[in-house]
Design a protein around this ligand. Structure first.
Ligand code: C5P
Ligand code: ZN
Length: 454
């Protein structure tokens, strides 16, 4: 794999100008930032373009630019359309086939869903590009290695085992050795740096904890009974107070007979960016990635890029966007609560119409997974300017039982004139309007067959 990374870096080095094309999510932004920073360091002129989805229309526009392209966090699923472009790819989505200028963990026996992200693959190539210079230095205010960790966490690659595995783990260890990443065992809830502990517990939904998740009153009673001040942040609590909370949560989870795998996920690793100020979103990889999603998914990926590059103005703007993102997520969840989730034989679904932006319907689907039958993956539809956006989410337990959403969505979408792809546990597609029912029928059958094959 490193030979491939080195060959790709050599190819890039021979260019005078590079167009980086990347994905509009946290992993995409960090991938783009890593590529950009390493090209800057190498003195290669470069531009960055964010795309929502690399479809044929987008590829035609890129072809017209007539320039060498570095695709990051996308491209592997669209190889067949790239003829006529001179390119390299650093991606982790399920590839259509291997390619000599593609660095994708799937081609090397790794699971691209958990063992390496788009930003991680980009980082491996960047290391060769800037060889001989200290990678752990800040480059133009940004730093490459921590960004690769933020990208992996942004794609929830640490959620399967409660910690990063595979090549991700090697990168994290490298960061620890270099002194700019700390790996700590802690509660794996969102908001440890920035939110009052009461809000952190109320808004946590993975795993869903009866009595706490979504229950403000329940949380306040819980904290009062433990003699914890609810408006303190997690990082301000003493170790003893944190332990008291963690063991009470685990007890609660056992009492409600949560699956063992869910209980194990309550505590796990957190990745601390030691070069960032404490108490800010940028200090914790999980919060950093959410901050980036809050920019990219609202047409403001440039702001997210600025955050990665250390721009303070961009950071302030991103925090405002984060408030808007939170509001949209909670409105989305409320929509699902009010309208319900329908069940088919092997899947469950909801149609958001124009009520949830297509760029965050996947996040909402993931957050609502536990509201329906947990044995079935969730499929969500939303209107978009290119037809109907489909997002699907499963659990690793379902993946172990044979479900592979990227394969299922790709086939089902293609059979109704759309396109899709992604990962085993999270995938997406776009299909023509009006084809939802037909698509669901086909998808239900495919998922049924995937389960039977096991
Ligand atoms: O958009 P959403 O968050 O649901 O996407 C889930 C995963 O599926 C992402 O990794 C995305 O890149 C992938 N996807 C894809 N093709 C699409 C839509 C999404 O490969 N048409
Ligand atoms: Zn990714």
């Amino acid at each position: 794999m490193l030979n491939r990374a080195s060959a790709i870096a050599a190819k890039i080095s021979s260019q005078e100008e590079v167009l980086i094309v990347t994905h509009i999510d946290a992993d995409g932004i960090t991938s783009g930032a890593i590529a950009h920073l390493s090209l800057e360091r190498r003195g290669i002129e470069n531009k960055l373009k964010f795309v929502k989805q690399l479809d044929e229309a987008e590829i035609e526009k890129i072809k017209d630019e007539n320039v060498f392209v570095w695709f990051t966090d996308l491209g592997s699923g669209q190889l067949e359309f790239l003829d006529g472009i001179e390119f390299v790819i650093t991606d982790h989505h399920v590839p259509q086939h291997p390619h000599p200028m593609q660095l994708n963990p799937h081609d090397f026996g790794y699971d691209g869903t958990v063992e390496l992200s788009g930003s991680g693959a980009t980082y491996l190539v960047s290391k060769f590009l800037i060889r001989g210079k200290n990678l752990l230095d800040y480059v133009n205010g940004g730093c490459l290695l921590p960004l690769a960790i933020v990208g992996a966490v942004g794609d929830l690659q640490d959620s399967r085992w409660g910690k990063l595995q595979g090549i991700n783990r090697e990168i994290a260890e490298e960061g620890r050795m270099g002194g700019n990443i700390d790996i700590v065992r802690d509660l794996r809830f969102f908001g440890k740096q920035t939110r009052p502990v009461a809000k952190m517990l109320e808004y946590n939904s993975d795993p869903f904890i009866p009595g706490l998740t979504g229950n403000e009153k329940g949380v306040l009673e819980f904290l009062t009974s433990l003699e914890i001040e609810p408006w303190m942040r997690w990082i301000d609590l003493s170790m003893e107070e944190r332990k008291r909370i963690v063991s009470a949560i685990v007890n609660l989870a056992m009492e409600y007979r949560l699956p063992y795998t869910s209980i194990l996920r309550i505590v796990g690793e957190s990745y601390i960016l030691l070069n960032e100020p404490e108490g800010t979103e940028k200090r914790d990889a999980m919060e950093f990635s959410t901050l980036l999603n809050a920019t990219a998914r609202y047409n403001n990926a440039d702001v997210g890029l600025g955050v990665c590059l250390g721009d303070e103005g961009a950071y302030r703007r991103a925090r405002t966007l984060l408030q808007n993102h939170r509001r949209n997520l909670s409105n989305g969840i409320r929509f699902v609560d009010e309208n319900g989730i329908e069940e088919m034989k092997y899947l469950k679904f909801f149609h958001a119409g124009s009520n949830i932006p297509d760029t965050i319907v996947g996040i909402v689907a993931g957050m609502c997974f536990h509201k329906g039958n947990k044995e079935k993956p969730i499929v969500a539809f939303a209107e978009s300017d290119k037809g109907i956006k489909v997002s699907a989410r499963a659990t690793y337990r379902l993946v172990e039982r044979g479900i592979h959403l990227a394969k299922a969505l790709r086939r089902a979408a293609e059979s109704v004139g759309g396109a899709g792809g992604g990962h085993s546990v999270a995938a997406g597609a776009t299909i023509p309007e009006g084809k939802e029912e037909e698509f669901l029928k086909i998808l239900d059958e495919i998922i049924g067959k995937q389960l039977q094959k096991q």
